[in-house]
Design a protein around this ligand. Structure first.
Ligand SMILES: [Zn+2]
Length: 435
């Protein structure tokens, strides 16, 4: 089967029919070509339709870590590109793409940009990295090319450099990580550059969520949407599935591409939850040649939205990612993800940096310590932090006020390149955790 560009205009029954066929095609292909799945699919269930997907085995990141090249369905010399993502233990997971897979990726991203009403006349600043085995930069680049739009590959260079290009070559859009876009806005404010009077009108954002579960903008979303003339579109990508979900101008969830990927939401026991209920996103790839995946657990917590979107498209949408499954905390009977605490902290003036630490208390329950880096070292500031967190997550965590440079040390401990804002010390106890 080939890519079906208008699949999101078909009715649900038709889409299910196509997906059933694609699933059969994928299972047959894997049981002939993938050393890993040949073993897993020894007793191959009879797949009549897409609903039979529940009878297939689950794949985890650990499976790929253990037997990375066992997933490869083609000879290595047929690969056109190898990308990587970091596994749970910090080990790389490699994903090999054939030429056809690269086309599929480009088609996926072309559709994402077209959902954001990007046209061939547009010119986009690509402010994410193209190198270091990252799939995203390459994916967005090829999507814009396939759409016929222009690209300026600036990468994540300094905000000053981005502003210089915005003023000299007049791009109409930008692809960036939300917090980086915010740094560009801050620099513009500092330099007295009025972004609303420039040509920049669209931002396609990756890597961080900008919406709350009710689709309203979260703290980061409000920050990047404060330049009213730049419309922000959230996207969510999964390297292993070589796929991305994206917002349309109605901003009510991230559209999937039903002929490229099938999305399920499962509970902890691996059973599907009802539409709209929260669980883990599990994806199956369609039309992948190099390393297709069956029911791959993404570790991301979200929900599924079925039914026609206001934009008229029928494709299944997923909600904003609420958190990572492995980071789920149960504090005083309340389920919370560190991301929700981070959202509360971003809103408080005076918080320069922070680290959230979880540990197991003597009561065997999860406890949270929030270390705040600030120059406001008084009690009323500490109270403000506690109240703000309580308003968002319904419990008061333990808060420690520190100097920003002390928090900085924890964030980059062990020579990390990226700050680690959540440290999971559960099952260690507070005393061990602090050693
Ligand atoms: Zn829509």
């Amino acid at each position: 089967m080939n890519f079906i560009a208008d699949i999101d205009q078909k009715n649900i029954a038709e889409i299910f029919g196509i997906q059933g066929e694609l699933l059969r095609e994928t299972v047959t292909y894997l049981s002939k070509n993938s050393p890993f799945y040949i073993e897993r699919l020894k007793t191959q269930p009879d797949i009549k339709g897409i609903e039979d997907i529940a009878r297939l085995p689950i794949t985890t990141k650990e499976d790929i870590q253990k037997d990375n090249w066992g997933f490869l369905c083609v000879e290595k010399d047929k690969l056109a590109e190898i990308v990587a993502t970091t596994g749970t233990t910090g080990v790389h997971v490699f994903i090999g793409l054939t030429k056809k897979d690269r086309d599929r990726l480009a088609e996926n991203e072309r559709r994402c940009f077209s959902y954001a009403d990007v046209a061939p006349q547009d010119l986009f600043l690509l402010s994410v990295t193209m190198d270091n085995l990252f799939i995203a930069g390459m994916a967005y680049y090829s999507g814009l090319q396939r759409l016929g739009a222009g690209v300026v590959r600036v990468g994540p260079h300094s905000p000053k450099r981005q502003l210089e290009l915005i003023q000299t070559i007049h791009p109409t859009g930008i692809v960036a990580v939300p917090s980086f876009l915010n740094s560009i806005y801050k620099q513009a404010e500092k330099d007295g550059i009025k972004l609303y009077s420039t040509t920049l009108k669209k931002a396609v954002l990756i890597g961080e969520s900008i919406r709350n579960p009710d689709f309203s903008s979260n703290t980061l979303g409000k920050m990047v949407e404060r330049i009213g003339s730049v419309e922000c579109f959230s996207t969510y990508g999964i390297t292993e599935a070589q796929a991305a979900f994206c917002e349309c101008p109605h901003h009510k969830g991230l559209h999937s591409h039903p002929d490229l990927v099938y999305a399920e939401i499962l509970d902890d026991a691996g059973n599907p939850v009802r539409d709209g209920e929260i669980g883990e996103l599990v994806v199956t790839t369609f039309q992948v040649e190099g390393m297709p995946l069956l029911r791959y657990r993404t570790g991301d917590i979200t929900f599924k939205i079925t039914g026609k979107c206001d934009c008229g498209r029928t494709s299944v949408r997923i909600g904003p990612v609420i958190g990572r499954k492995a980071q789920k905390l149960k504090v005083k009977g309340t389920t919370v993800y560190p991301k929700a605490i981070e959202n509360a902290l971003l809103e408080i003036e005076g918080v320069e940096n922070y680290v959230i630490e979880a540990y197991t208390g003597d009561d065997q329950a999860d406890h949270v310590v929030v270390k705040i880096g600030t120059h406001y070292g008084n009690t009323s500031f500490k109270d403000t932090v506690c109240e703000n967190i309580k308003a968002k997550v319904r419990f008061k965590p333990q808060v420690e006020i520190m100097l920003p440079q002390e928090v900085e040390k924890i964030l980059y401990e062990g020579g990390r390149r990226k700050p680690m804002t959540f440290v999971d010390n559960r099952h260690k106890g507070l005393h061990d955790a602090q050693l």
